[in-house]
Design a protein around this ligand. Structure first.
Ligand code: DAH
Length: 343
């Protein structure tokens, strides 16, 4: 019996020394130590041995069992270590090498100019305490028109040619719908902006698109006046154009503000002398805005005797066109890589 145990150990050692694979080691473990393994059989049969031999053989068999377990573990460690060092040898990377980009093999993408300006505007407004809101592109009549003081019979609906869905909803024609949602989730005083994509059922030409981008803004607080509106708009424009801009307000009609304005800037291309961008007028219409109409506040469950606010709707395409001197709005969605790569 004693020799048999030693022979099992020798056999296990030989088997281990002849293998280099983890799967085979498992087979060896089963062969010797598994439920029906050679050593296990002996340990099981101890009871049949005469008692004077039993403890000696039992002790020996257990010692050998532990030795085989250790041998298996150390073989596994060796195999894993050598696999690891082989990987390090085969798959090392020289992190000091130039990237494929710098050798011109690949070029990395970047944000679309509209997204770039949107993120800049978000940064400017969040630095002034505004929260950024989102809203759905498929809107209900209520959020896009009704709660903005444009009931179904109102002629102002004709100003915004609308894509209707068959179930009576619509593709939002402006981000002003986000104002209404903002008033539902925020209690005054609050400051919010809502950037997003908007849609108009329009024939396209150099200055019209059926899909474009706006940022809506709304501030509601006590005794908000046109002076607050002008202050925030001037900060915005100065930050965007990196220069002090001259502005003027003209009356403008939008049912959701009273008074409503068209805010123009002194043309930055010709410095007000007159050019093709400003149509020789020296001024560029950029930013419709106004003081929030009391009815709109009421729709938002805000008491217009206690609170007032300003709102504005900034067209992002126009802004990017001004910044880079782009002459056709259709470039933005053309998908032409030669266009977007310039920014
Ligand atoms: N929603 C208007 C449009 O797309 C723009 C606008 C005008 C937004 C005046 C406003 C505002 O918040 O006060 O034509």
């Amino acid at each position: 019996m004693e020799e048999k145990i030693h022979a099992i150990y020798a056999a296990a050692e030989t088997a281990l020394s002849q293998t280099t694979k983890e799967e085979e080691i498992e087979e060896i473990r089963v062969r010797f130590l598994g439920r029906k393994g050679e050593l296990t059989q002996i340990l099981r049969g101890l009871g049949e041995l005469p008692s004077e031999k039993r403890s000696f053989i039992g002790k020996l068999a257990n010692e050998i069992k532990t030795k085989i377990e250790h041998a298996i573990q150390s073989k596994l460690d060796t195999i894993r270590a050598s696999r690891f060092s082989r990987l390090i040898d085969e798959e090392w990377i020289d992190v000091s090498l130039d990237s494929p980009r710098s050798t011109g093999e690949y070029s990395r993408g970047h944000l679309h100019p509209i997204s770039q300006i949107q993120y800049e505007i978000e940064d400017i407004f969040t630095s002034m305490g505004f929260t950024i809101l989102d809203g759905p592109e498929v809107e209900t009549d209520y959020y896009n028109f009704e709660a903005l003081n444009i009931p179904w019979y109102h002629p102002a609906r004709d100003m915004q040619d609308t894509f209707w869905t068959e179930d009576g909803n619509l593709l939002r024609t402006h981000t002003s719908a986000i104002q209404v949602r903002g008033m539902e989730t925020h209690r005054p005083p609050f400051r919010v902006i809502g950037p997003g994509r908007v849609f108009r059922y329009e024939a396209t030409d150099a200055s019209h698109e059926n899909t474009f981008y706006q940022v809506e803004g709304m501030m509601v607080d006590r005794e908000i006046s046109v002076a607050h509106l002008i202050y925030f708009m001037k900060v915005l424009l100065r930050e965007i154009f990196k220069t002090e801009v001259t502005i003027r307000l003209r009356p403008g009609y939008f049912p959701f503000v009273e008074p409503g304005f068209e805010l123009d800037i002194h043309c930055l291309i010709c410095n007000g002398k007159g050019c093709s961008v400003c149509k020789q007028s020296g001024w560029v219409e950029l930013l419709p805005c106004g003081l929030v109409h009391p009815n709109v506040l009421r729709y938002g469950n805000i008491d217009p005797d206690q609170w007032s606010g300003f709102a504005f709707g900034l067209g992002l395409n126009r802004l990017v066109m001004m910044r880079y001197g782009i002459n056709d709005i259709r470039h933005f969605l053309s998908g032409d890589i030669r266009f977007v790569c310039q920014f």
